[in-house]
Design a protein around this ligand. Structure first.
Ligand SMILES: Cc1cc2nc3c(=O)[nH]c(=O)nc-3n(C[C@H](O)[C@H](O)[C@H](O)COP(=O)(O)OP(=O)(O)OC[C@H]3O[C@@H](n4cnc5c(N)ncnc54)[C@H](O)[C@@H]3O)c2cc1C
Length: 533
């Protein structure tokens, strides 16, 4: 018999003996009646009412036939059969689908289609993951930007230099399970996926992507690097091919997985009259604070416990009469604030961590929703109204570039100065982003964003008792938390304007974050496979 049991308490440094004893106690059985067990999930319980922090685990157990069920209640479920989707049906394809963009969405679509026998072609504007670091470090250290190989572009996409957080609000358990299995196959540490808040870290991601590429290649996929798509060939409202700067590929299915930083792609789609629409997004700042203060706020009396991971936080504030809601996003414990750019003279910020999250500061975005009504009159480079959200982002990003030395240094302020609308005279020598300069944020953001951040951040930080506002540094601007544009698609996953053009992932406006982009890639690849039947 197989049972799933909830709420098994385990010490943080648990052994097999701890697990067997805890299971036998919970099931009121002999230890030798437990044939095997697998931890499915574990979450930390460090509430101050406890004498020591523990994991609360969900464990799947196989019991011998001598065990007579002796349990009641919600903590036990008898496992009948798995209803998770983890199959990639083999299909006969008369053409090779072309995937544009090797971020997580494109790579998952490529994996699915390669497994299904489609021999996909993957076009990537940047380099292989392992070659990106040199260019990215040159940008962070010297402000020298490569337009195709940077924090946002190149194999592995925008998620490569990230915290690698794998949290999601998606309920698509089957595809999340598939995604985690694929990552495990590609050398992701198994233990990652049992954590309630799994994360990989940028140092691990950079090893996973080459392994994933090799799997896709071994299944018949072909990658072309430094090969940006420059045009689409369309005939009778159907896709017939993709044009790059050097080659042309004929196909009946193009999966567009170019992310939301590829503004040239939105422009191309607009020129081709492919249906696009405005969508809400969010803009704000990134706030950095000493990690030991975050640990104090979250773990209180256990703050110095040697087995506890650096703590994270998630904060939300509802709107007030005089301002909008505000929420934290993409918190990176023990991480770095980084500059990001993929275009000249435009600058944005984000956060990243390594797998051990052991740096001195934690950071998180504090962002304010921006609605289409906020940019309805936002004329600029893009004339198509569907792209006015890009004009809105660009105004902020150009102002940020101009505010702090015009060399991709990030504008930064002490939080207290930002709240008083002052420019800091200096910044602490010891901060996670040394290429940052004091600059007025009032020149960067519209008033409704400044006003909301100034009202909401102090109230939010007051929920983190133990953090010192005077030690917090804020960096600007967070503009790329999600896409301001949606590329429409129909019930079969392709654009209503062009048969065979499948927009996926964050750039298409159907996902936000690594996991939801991955599962969107898997889902739409399934539609492409169906179309070949
Ligand atoms: C610094 C940073 C940290 C982040 N941290 C996290 C995190 O911890 N957890 C999380 O869930 N999310 C995080 N995110 C967000 C996450 O990275 C994105 O949600 C995810 O990468 C979206 O995947 P995607 O495949 O849709 O697009 P992208 O990752 O943007 O990939 C698009 C790909 O298309 C390529 N491309 C673009 N144009 C062309 C073209 N014309 N021809 C060929 N190729 C092209 C690009 O080079 C890129 O490889 C972070 C983002 C950043 C920038």
């Amino acid at each position: 018999m197989k049972i799933e049991i909830n709420q098994i308490e385990l010490p943080l440094q648990y052994s097999d003996d701890n697990i067997i004893t805890a299971l036998a106690n919970k099931l009121s059985c002999q230890e030798n009646q437990i044939l095997s067990w697998t931890i499915k999930r574990r979450s930390l319980d460090a509430r101050p009412i406890r004498t020591a922090p523990v994991y609360s685990a969900v464990i799947e157990v196989e019991l011998s036939s001598s065990y007579k069920p002796n349990f009641q209640g919600q903590d036990f479920t008898i496992i009948k059969e798995s209803n998770l989707i983890n199959e990639f049906p083999e299909t006969t394809f008369s053409f090779r689908p072309v995937i544009v963009g090797a971020g997580v969405a494109g790579l998952m679509a490529a994996y699915y289609l390669a497994k299904s026998g489609a021999k996909p072609i993957i076009l990537e504007r940047g380099s292989k993951a392992e070659f990106r670091s040199v260019k990215v470090n040159n940008f962070w250290e010297n402000g020298i930007l490569d337009l195709n190989d940077n924090v946002l572009f190149g194999e592995g996409g925008a998620g490569l230099f990230s915290d690698g957080k794998l949290t999601t609000r998606s309920k698509d358990k089957g595809r999340i399970f598939d995604f985690y299995n694929i990552l495990s196959l590609c050398k992701a540490p198994e233990e990652t996926f049992i954590n309630a808040e799994p994360h990989l870290g940028s140092d691990v991601l950079i090893k996973i992507i080459p392994s994933l590429r090799k799997h896709i290649e071994s299944l018949g996929g072909t990658f072309f690097y430094n090969t940006p798509m420059t045009d689409l060939e369309i005939s009778n409202d159907s896709i017939t091919g993709v044009i790059t700067d050097k080659l042309k590929f004929e196909t009946k299915a193009v999966i567009l997985a170019t992310g939301h930083s590829a503004r040239d792609v939105y422009e191309l789609l607009s020129k081709k009259n492919i249906e696009l629409e405005q969508k809400p997004f969010a803009v704000g700042i990134r706030l950095e604070i000493p990690q030991d203060q975050i640990n104090t706020a979250r773990y209180r009396k256990f703050k110095d416990h040697p087995s506890l991971e650096p703590a994270s936080f998630k904060l939300t504030r509802l709107p007030e009469i005089s301002c909008r809601p505000c929420y934290t996003f993409c918190m990176c414990p023990g991480g770095r604030v980084i500059a990001c750019a993929n275009e000249n003279n435009r600058l944005t910020t984000n956060g990243m961590s390594y797998s051990n999250r052991n740096l001195k500061y934690g950071n998180a975005a504090f962002i304010v929703p921006v609605m289409p009504s906020d940019f309805k009159d936002c004329t600029g480079i893009y004339e198509d109204k569907a792209l006015y959200g890009l004009n809105f982002q660009i105004k902020i990003e150009e102002a940020a570039f101009n505010a702090a030395g015009k060399d991709f240094s990030l504008p930064a302020l002490m939080l207290e100065d930002f709240l008083l609308s002052k420019v800091s005279l200096t910044l602490p020598h010891d901060r996670s982003c040394p290429r940052s300069l004091p600059a007025s944020f009032d020149e960067i953001f519209p008033d409704f964003i400044l006003n909301t951040l100034r009202i909401q951040i102090p109230a939010m930080l007051s929920q983190l008792k133990g953090t010192q506002r005077a030690d917090a540094i804020v960096y600007a601007p967070e503009t790329r938390s999600s896409s301001p544009v949606r590329i429409l698609r129909n019930d079969y996953g392709y654009s209503p304007s062009v048969k065979g053009l499948y927009p996926i992932g964050e750039g298409a406006g159907y996902s936000g974050g690594i996991v939801s982009s991955a599962i969107d890639g898997l889902k739409i690849a399934g539609y492409v496979a169906l179309s070949a039947l």
